[in-house]
Design a binder for this molecule. Structure first.
Ligand SMILES: Cc1cc2nc3c(=O)[nH]c(=O)nc-3n(C[C@H](O)[C@H](O)[C@H](O)COP(=O)(O)OP(=O)(O)OC[C@H]3O[C@@H](n4cnc5c(N)ncnc54)[C@H](O)[C@@H]3O)c2cc1C
Length: 510
């Protein structure tokens, strides 16, 4: 039987392992942490529960495709609830916009903010529809094996049609005059850890998919997705080994022969898939050939200062399940502070997740569970930051703004508190530079221009995850797993012999 080792049990590693096992491989997943999921995790404390990472379940058809490819039906595993309004956007002048698929309500809200803007919105969403389908069919949902394929005569006009060379912020400005609306239809880039002043206008596909395909919530939380996929993978014979950090990928000539664990044991495999963050794999797990330095010079997404608050007392009616608080009129400067200065804006924008409104099991009956995400810069030794001080400042800003909104006496009602930030992302998950979403998605880092899902030299070493093709976000990482496995089955269908290096520990088989 052909064997594969997967380094990392993030959603990309789990999905790739399950697909390969279903195709007949003997698969072992090695995870440094004590549980699967990576960035998708849960904190449970004193009756409060928090999804630590993703909270927006977007592009449900991509999730459904993964379940179907594994011989299962998503609806047998996930109890999905559609959230509408998708979220409430709060502006600095205390006005709000509820993004909803109810078009009458959208029209009333938009035309109040900028007369005639509903028509612009309709055109904007129609453009997002084109971007979504062209991107998925022609760029995101397929492998590129050469630069010529990416810039082929058939693709070039599409790149223009997708506005891949126009910035999202500039494009939004063509549709809306009111700065609040420009912000409301561009901040979604932050889901991908990008500045709208850098992201391609292609990403108007996000607003389309949110409003048309919907923002969903799996009852019980996002971790239900991980539990479901791990169960299915195990059913196909995948072995998960936790608390098992990989220290090195062993290579011989043009092939990877297996991995060496931190405790010195070695595991041989015909195929190695690295789900751990790609720049980290090059810098820490592979022999130095100069690639790691080049990767370090690429653009990275933002990081995030995270707060998980168990709040005693009433569930504030001012908060919906998803809430976004946008910075003041210095919106552009706030992105410069994150992406240029790698710090925290003076007046940060932030996101609050309050899932107990949809699923009361997230908090005790007399309490509320709030997760707060404040985008901040990633780590860079040339721009060191006092992360503890920045965290305290972010905390104060959020509490003040929520109290001003009407969440009474919040500071004194927090009875459970956990935090995370760039240092933890680097330490706990090996995310390069503590960048919460991995490598960035500017034009020079997408499609064939993004680090490939197979190592250029070691021809049986593959990557699946947020920093390889196609990119970050749960559904996109599921596509990454799909594309990587498709490529493995195309390139490695003949079982290969493994060169077992001599010396050191004896080799186990994966
Ligand atoms: C705060 C936050 C909010 C987000 N919100 C959303 C959202 O709402 N919707 C959405 O779709 N996406 C969201 N994302 C993005 C999404 O979480 C990621 O794109 C996705 O989870 C990445 O999955 P992955 O498999 O690539 O990597 P990871 O989840 O990082 O998994 C990699 C795994 O590799 C393991 N590992 C690393 N090094 C080693 C080693 N040496 N040996 C063994 N194991 C190792 C790690 O422990 C980890 O478990 C969010 C991310 C964050 C951080």
């Amino acid at each position: 039987m052909v064997s594969a080792v997967v380094i990392g049990a993030g959603i990309g590693g789990i999905a790739a392992a399950a697909r390969l096992a279903r195709a007949g491989y003997q698969v072992t997943v090695l995870e440094k942490g004590s549980h699967p999921g990576g960035r998708v995790a849960v904190i449970e404390k004193d009756g409060y529960r928090f999804d630590t990472g993703p909270t927006l379940f977007l592009m449900p058809e991509v999730f459904a495709e993964t379940f179907a490819a594994l011989g299962e039906r998503m609806e047998d595993y996930l109890d999905l609830v559609r959230l509408d309004p998708t979220y409430r956007v709060h502006f600095h002048d205390d006005s709000t916009l509820d993004l909803t698929s109810d078009m009458h309500r959208m029209r009333a809200q938009l035309d109040r903010m900028e007369p005639g803007s509903f028509e612009s919105f309709a055109r904007f969403v129609a453009e997002g529809y084109r971007h979504y389908h062209i991107s998925l069919d022609r760029f995101v949902g397929r492998n590129f094996y050469s630069l010529l394929e990416f810039f082929s005569p058939a693709n070039l006009p599409l790149l223009f049609k997708l506005k891949a060379l126009i910035k999202h912020s500039a494009n939004t400005a063509r549709y809306f005059r009111d700065p609040r609306l420009r912000a409301a239809f561009s901040f979604q880039n932050m889901y991908l850890g990008l500045s709208p002043y850098d992201a391609p206008a292609t990403f108007s596909l996000l607003q389309y998919t949110e409003l048309v395909d919907g923002v969903w919530f799996p009852r019980g939380g996002l971790y239900k997705v991980i539990e479901a996929l791990v169960g299915i993978a195990e059913g196909h014979g995948v072995r998960f080994r936790y608390d098992t950090p990989v220290a090195q990928i062993e290579v011989a000539g043009a092939r990877a022969s297996g991995v060496r664990l931190a405790d010195g044991r070695r595991i041989a495999a015909d195929v190695v898939i690295a789900n751990a963050d790609l720049p980290y794999v090059y810098s820490d797990l592979l022999p130095d050939d100069g690639s790691a330095r080049k990767l370090a010079g690429k653009k990275y997404t933002s990081s995030a200062l995270m707060f998980y608050w168990g709040v005693r007392g009433e569930r504030s009616p001012e908060l919906l399940h998803h809430n976004v608080f946008l910075a003041d009129h210095r919106y552009k400067e706030s992105f410069d502070r994150i992406f240029r200065d790698l710090s925290l804006p003076d007046e940060p924008s932030f996101y609050v997740n309050a899932p107990a409104r949809t699923d009361p099991s997230f908090a005790p009956p007399d309490g509320d569970a709030l997760m707060v995400l404040v985008p901040a810069g990633h780590l860079d030794e040339r721009r060191p930051q006092d992360w503890l001080a920045l965290r305290d400042r972010a905390r104060e800003t959020v509490i003040n703004r929520l109290e001003a909104l009407g969440v009474k006496d919040l500071a004194n009602r927090i009875v459970v508190e956990e935090t995370m930030g760039p240092l933890e992302y680097r330490r706990a998950l090996n995310l390069a530079k503590g960048a919460a979403f991995g490598l960035s998605h500017n034009f020079a880092q997408i499609g064939y221009l993004r680090p490939h899902n197979r190592h250029p030299r070691y021809r049986n070493l593959y990557f699946a995850g947020a920093s390889t093709h196609p990119g970050t976000g749960l559904p996109i990482v599921l596509l990454s797993a799909k594309l990587t496995v498709e490529r493995i089955l195309k390139e490695q269908d003949v079982p290969q012999g493994v060169t077992v290096p001599v010396g050191g520990h004896a080799m186990e088989r994966a």
